[in-house]
Design a protein around this ligand. Structure first.
Ligand SMILES: [Zn+2]
Length: 476
């Protein structure tokens, strides 16, 4: 394992004593193997191992790697094909439930997922909670997992078990057991979990059986979608309250609920009581109209995600910025509706930053991910502080959340190893020329096959009553 000294940068460290961010100017980080061994404001105070590589990071901002707690990487090949699509159109047209998904070959799935993980690393995302719902066929089961391993990020890989006539649930569990027995060199970075949207169709007996299987297989996380309100008849059986009533807390593993725009106060209590997490995906929730009306009330148990990167940016700094300012806007609106002018700013930039770093680690109950402190995992992003859009910063956190873009991300380390260096990906496996060619060809073919299929929907879809939305236009 390599030893590296990141020397003399501005370090956004985390102070465990006060549970808050502590920015250290001109500090150095010694990485030994996969962990941060020392952080010091005086590089001369650090005892260096003989084989250390010293990397000068003066003028740069050193941040914990960003976390994305909700993604569906197989969909990356759809990139840009559905910019004006509603959620129900997506579900009927190109989701895992639609026949369109069947046109992915095993190689398409692999390359689509791999490109998704590489996009993440390129933009400084080092931890991903993958909701792997490409569950239509055995042939695409393993390629998606292989891409998670080969991508090089830290991944909680949660496969969406979903019983189907030609691909039984039993076969899917066997597949999960097979993955668990694999001894890849990189297995340490990929944890296996389960995605449980199928709970919507389960009776009590089935839920108990599923819980027993999760325990027996030592799965390390559960993730599932929950919307509530008018969506999917309230999603009542996938809510935190429902899982609490079923006693999922007894499994004592992380549970990440995605979206939660209509979580009730009982749901929020359950999240807090059982230390479960809500993955808020700012851009997708604005695009599809879920909003953040109640999810923002439980930010102490929340983190941020992308959802699906074929329509939404994989850049978590962009997602964070969007969430910060949209939430501020909503808070201000209440004051303005009362004909008053805001006297305070309701949501601090530091808190938004914690949502996309430390809270991502806490979502998977991992205290040493998403923070820079001695003993933590060396998942680190080095950001150029001297680009035209960054120059002049004095507040490192504000500079990242409000001004940085992917082009500023110079180095990315995962588990102590460079995965991006000098703005170029350092691939764990394969060659970028080959990967990019294969991905582009897959994306073109799949998009060509489906471009004409977007349905116009009216009336009722999947038990949901559709209502017309007033359109707006630049045209007169
Ligand atoms: Zn999702």
């Amino acid at each position: 394992m390599p030893n590296t000294l990141l020397k003399d940068g501005t370090v956004i460290s985390f102070d465990e004593a006060t549970k808050s961010i502590k920015v250290l100017e001109k500090a150095s980080i010694l990485i030994k193997g996969d962990r941060i061994a020392r952080i010091s404001e005086n590089a001369n105070d650090i005892d260096l191992p003989a084989d250390v590589e010293v990397v000068d990071v003066s003028g740069k901002i050193i941040s914990p790697g960003f976390t994305n707690t909700h993604s569906h990487m197989w969909q990356t090949a759809y990139r840009s094909m559905a910019p004006n699509c509603t959620l129900t159109q997506y579900l009927v047209w190109i989701s895992q439930m639609a026949s369109a998904a069947r046109s992915f070959t095993p190689d398409d799935i692999y390359i689509s997922c791999l490109e998704g993980y590489l996009e993440a690393i390129n933009s400084g995302v080092t931890t991903v909670v993958e909701h792997a719902n490409q569950h239509w066929d055995e042939s695409v089961f393993e390629p998606a997992y292989n891409a998670a391993v080969d991508g090089g990020a830290r991944v909680w890989y949660c496969f969406g078990v979903n019983d189907q006539p030609h691909y039984s649930e039993a076969t899917q569990y066997e597949g999960l057991a097979r993955l668990q027995q694999r001894k890849d060199d990189s297995r340490g970075l990929v944890s296996l979990g389960i995605a449980l949207d199928s709970i919507l169709q389960m009776d009590k007996e089935k839920v108990e059986k599923t819980k027993a299987l999760i325990k027996q297989m030592h799965l390390q996380a559960i993730t599932l979608h929950v919307l509530g309100g008018p969506w999917f008849r309230g999603n009542a059986s996938s809510s935190p309250t429902a899982l609490s009533d079923h006693g999922f807390q007894d499994l004592d593993i992380p549970i990440i609920f995605s979206h939660g725009p209509f979580v009730t106060s009982t749901d929020r209590d359950a999240l807090r009581k059982h230390n479960w997490n809500l993955a808020i995906t700012p851009e997708s929730e604005l695009h599809y109209g879920h909003g953040h009306k109640t999810s923002k009330l439980v930010l102490d148990q929340a983190s941020l995600g992308v959802d699906t990167n074929f329509t939404f940016s994989g850049d978590m700094l962009a997602q964070t910025r969007l969430f910060l300012q949209h939430t501020r806007g909503e808070q201000y609106a209440t004051t303005l509706d009362a004909a008053k002018i805001p006297q305070n700013c309701p949501f601090d930039v530091e808190e938004a930053f914690l949502l996309v770093t430390r809270h991502g680690g806490l979502a998977v109950r991992t205290e040493d991910v998403g923070v820079l402190r001695e003993g933590a995992k060396a998942d680190i992003v080095v950001v150029d502080g001297e680009s035209p859009n960054m120059l002049g910063w004095t507040n490192a956190v504000a500079a990242l959340v409000l001004h940085a873009n992917v082009g500023d991300i110079e180095h990315v380390l995962v588990d102590g190893e460079f995965r991006k260096r000098d703005r170029k990906l350092v691939l764990k496996k394969g060659d970028w020329g080959d990967i990019s060619k294969r991905f582009a060809s897959t994306a073109r073919r799949i998009q060509e096959e489906h471009k004409a299929g977007r349905p116009n929907l009216e009336g009722e879809v999947m038990g949901m009553e559709l209502g017309e939305v007033e359109s707006i236009s630049t045209r007169r």
